[in-house]
Design a protein around this ligand. Structure first.
Ligand code: SF4
Length: 159
């Protein structure tokens, strides 16, 4: 008997996905768990390499996903509408890509079958983030759009 065809739900319009399928889009990069600052003059969003205290810096996963919104009240639950509107989501974010109707990249685990590929492809925050518990002022940790640190070393990982 032939195998049942694989439901490539990640290629379907996001409005057709159930909650589990929507949640499964996350590539586990952890970039949305880095703090951001807003430029008072221009309103521009400035990225930092400072991570939420709940982020496990070795895996780029939330260490208490189930309770995160109780522990960190401003942690967002992404919806298709938010994913299409939030200007600070990284261009690689799977939610943003699918909300815009774009395909997932080759390194995404749903495409390649390997959850470690997001780290090997250097998309995730592993090796380039510091916990907010250790970081000090966010202004000293501003990074460029592609995550490169301004005037600071990259070696401030939390072991
Ligand atoms: S930026 Fe998007 S894909 Fe990456 S961890 Fe956050 S929600 Fe998931």
């Amino acid at each position: 008997m032939a195998d049942a065809p694989v439901d490539k739900f990640w290629e379907r319009p996001v409005e057709t996905l159930n909650r589990d399928q929507w949640e499964a889009l996350c590539d586990g990069c952890g970039n949305c768990c880095l703090h951001k600052l807003e430029d008072e003059d221009t309103g521009a969003v400035l990225r930092t390499n400072v991570a939420c205290r709940l982020l496990d810096l070795k895996t780029a996963r939330c260490s208490d996903y189930r309770h995160r919104r109780a522990l960190v009240p401003d942690c967002l639950r992404l919806t298709p509408r938010l994913a299409a509107e939030l200007p600070w989501l990284p261009v690689t974010c799977a939610y943003r890509l699918r909300a815009d109707g774009d395909p997932l990249p080759a390194w995404h685990y749903l495409v390649c079958g390997d959850r470690e590929e997001v780290h090997r492809a250097k998309i995730s925050v592993v090796g380039r983030a510091i916990s907010e518990v250790l970081a000090g002022p966010l202004e000293e940790h501003i990074v460029s759009e592609d995550g490169v640190m301004f005037d600071h070393d990259w070696d401030e990982t939390d072991d």
